[in-house]
Structures are given as structure tokens and as C-alpha cells.
Design a protein around this ligand. Structure first.
Ligand code: SF4
Length: 376
């Protein structure tokens, strides 16, 4: 297949669904890790094609959603400073902190810029040496290489007015924490294809063996996801627990080695707090000592700023696959994309936003695209 519509073909989707039904002998619970996969599942009604009793639950793979509220508060605090130009990807600006968000700061006159690359922020710092330019470096292993390269360039070009507010997170430790939780009900995993394009999947092999759980590296189109589910179910039914690669068109076992090298050169593994989940050991990246001059928290003395999370928002349970968004009492009433209580309702990869957009507003099964004829 070469074109995107071929990965959304309704007849092929039904064929995969029939194959899944044919090999399924009992209910299974499978988690898709990535929020991009969650949106594809909801948008195309992939879950509605699966046999009765089979459950897809949604994982923590939305970088915006897992950024802890205190990091948002630190970003807001920085963006309010008159000398600071605060740069961020667009998804982050509406994520609520304790009392405000970056978009509100911008509306009140703060110099908040939406950029499409960390290099845009570095360019701003070079062209405006009178400003302190801070880039909000969030995301999984997918965005970390570009952010590492930008810090590396800033050091090489000696740009003293550039820094990064780092909130990078790593997928494998989060999966480990999830599988070790006493509340865990996940029996098989769809691993995020884009993350594995960078990291490869050797580390996932250790997780699969340790927890005896099948893991399939999976892409983001409906047929990718159905094929990934089929591969997971086949392993479950046969009692196997291995890592298999459905997304072979983009992922190699060893990953992208140069990208891994620049990540390791600039970042080191640190404990990181996940929104709604708490601190997970070895689950984040922080700047190495040699690049500490580019650490915005250190430069602006923000590390003591802490915050409490909303007690009303249950996104921590949603991100662990323990609850679904429509089980949240605030879903669609007190919490909407226009007035979000949690990040999972804001992000384009957030599970609550997906349920709101594709289930609440368009109705249940009848709205499914693959189920009712593929449409983008
Ligand atoms: S619906 Fe809103 S309040 Fe409920 S879990 Fe999702 S983001 Fe949080």
C-alpha cells in the first residue's frame, strides 16, 4: 500500500475484523499506548468492529496530557515575566495550570509565541538578543531528538539568552509502572510506532518477557490498528508474549541511532512526575550538567514551585486505562474543549477530546467511519 486511503479501506477493515473474531475465544483487554492511535480508533470506529467483550483501553501516550500541572504553572510564571519570550507548540497553550494557562497570559499581554520547531525559538533568541527566549520542551522520545539538537546548537553558537523548560517523558518506564500496578487489567499492548521509529523496540522485548505481555509496535491508520490488534490477539490466544512489529514500514528494531545519540549527548534519564499518575522512576529526561546553562528552571529559579492537581479531573485514571473518559462525571458538562478541566480534554491526542469529538457530538456506533464506510 502506498496511499493513505488504502490504510482506511472499509472492506479490508472488515476483513481484519472478521479475522480477529475468528481467532478470539474469550474477552481480552488491550491498550493502545499513543493518543494518536486513540483518536484514530474513535474517529474511524475501530473499536466498534471488534468482537463483543474485547476492550480497547487508552494509554498514557499523550505528551501534553501527562505534563504535570506544576510544569504548566512554571511555564505560566515564566511567560508573565516582561523580559521573557515564551515559545511553545500550540497544544500546550490551552492546557490549564492551577489558575491560568499560556493562552490567557498571551491575552493579557505576555509574549507567548506558538512555534512549529524548537529551532524557530532558537532563531528568535539569535535575532532578539535583548529577550530571554524560553522553549517549552515537552514530549516523548519523538520530540526529544530535535529539542536535544537545538540545545546542542545553542551551546555551539553560544546563544546566552536561550533556554528550555524541559518536561520530556519516556514510554517504557510508564508501561512498566502501568503493568506493575495492582489495578492493571491490560493483557496486551499496541506500542507507539512513532516512538519506536526513534528508540527501536529492544527495550520493549524486556518488558514483554518480564510481564508476559504481548506487545505489537503499531501504526496510526485504521488498518494498522486492526492488524496490530489481530497480532496481539493471536499471541494471547497462543499463550505467547513477544514483541512484533506491525509498523515495519517505519520502524527497525534498533531505531534511529543518530537520533538516540544526540538525545543521550544532551539529556540524561531522571525521575519525572506524570500528570494524574505521580512520579515514575527513570521516566523522564533532563539536561546533562554540561548543558545546565540552558535549563530555564535553573536560570529563573523555578524548581521550588509546586502545585496540587484538580481533584475533579480523573485523567490519571483515564491515562492508566482504568477509566474511560465518558465515565468521568464532568465529561461533556463541566469539562468541554472550550472549558477544559484537564489536559486530556485539550490535546489533539487526548482521550477525553477524542470521546467528546467523535462519540458525544457525533453519536455512537452509527458515526463510525470504517464501520460505516471509510472517510477521513
Ligand atoms: S472529562 Fe475533563 S475532568 Fe474528566 S478526566 Fe477528562 S479532562 Fe479530566
Amino acid at each position: 500500500m502506498r496511499y493513505i486511503d488504502e490504510y482506511r479501506d472499509a472492506a479490508a477493515a472488515r476483513h481484519y475484523a472478521d479475522q480477529i473474531a475468528a481467532i478470539t475465544t474469550r474477552p481480552w483487554t488491550i491498550m493502545e499506548i499513543c493518543g494518536g492511535q486513540t483518536h484514530a480508533i474513535l474517529k474511524f470506529g475501530v473499536d466498534e468492529l471488534l468482537p463483543d467483550g474485547m476492550t480497547l483501553v487508552h494509554g498514557p501516550g499523550c505528551p501534553v496530557c501527562v505534563t504535570p500541572v506544576e510544569l504548566i504553572d512554571r511555564a505560566v510564571e515564566l511567560a508573565r515575566r516582561p523580559a521573557v519570550t515564551f515559545c511553545s507548540f500550540g497544544d500546550m497553550v490551552r492546557v490549564p495550570g492551577t489558575r491560568s494557562d499560556l493562552l490567557s497570559v498571551k491575552a493579557q499581554g505576555g509574549d507567548v509565541r506558538i512555534v512549529y520547531s524548537p529551532l524557530d525559538a532558537l532563531k528568535l533568541a539569535v535575532t532578539h538578543p535583548d529577550r530571554e527566549v524560553v522553549f517549552f520542551a515537552v514530549g516523548f522520545e519523538t520530540t526529544a531528538p530535535a529539542n536535544a539538537m537545538t540545545v546542542f546548537q545553542a551551546a555551539r553558537q553560544n546563544v546566552p539568552n536561550f533556554s528550555v523548560l524541559v518536561s520530556h517523558v519516556l514510554v517504557p518506564p510508564a508501561i512498566e509502572a502501568l503493568l506493575e500496578s495492582p489495578l492493571n487489567r491490560v493483557q496486551g499492548l499496541l506500542a507507539p510506532g512513532h516512538v519506536c521509529a526513534i528508540t527501536g523496540y529492544e527495550e520493549y522485548e524486556r518488558t514483554a518477557a518480564r510481564h508476559h505481555v504481548p506487545i505489537v509496535v503499531t501504526g496510526f491508520e485504521p488498518l494498522d490498528i486492526l492488524q496490530g490488534v489481530h497480532m496481539v490477539v493471536k499471541q494471547l490466544e497462543e499463550g505467547r508474549a513477544e514483541v512484533e512489529n506491525q509498523y515495519a514500514r517505519a520502524v527497525r528494531r534498533v531505531g534511529n541511532v543518530p537520533a538516540q545519540e544526540i538525545m543521550r549527548r544532551v539529556f540524561e534519564v531522571v525521575p519525572r512526575k506524570w500528570r494524574g499518575v505521580g512520579e515514575i522512576a527513570h521516566s523522564g529526561l533532563g539536561l546533562r550538567r554540561e548543558f545546565a546553562d540552558f535549563d530555564a528552571e535553573r536560570r529563573f529559579g523555578l524548581s521550588g514551585l509546586t502545585a496540587e492537581e484538580s481533584t475533579e479531573c480523573i485523567s490519571g485514571l483515564v491515562l492508566q486505562g482504568i477509566a474511560k473518559p465518558d465515565q468521568c462525571p464532568a465529561f461533556g458538562t463541566r469539562c468541554t474543549p472550550e472549558h477544559p478541566l484537564g489536559a486530556t480534554m485539550v490535546s489533539s491526542e487526548g482521550a477525553c477530546a477524542a470521546y467528546y469529538r467523535y462519540r458525544l457530538r457525533r453519536g455512537p456506533a452509527s458515526a463510525s467511519a470504517v464501520g460505516g464506510g471509510v472517510a477521513p
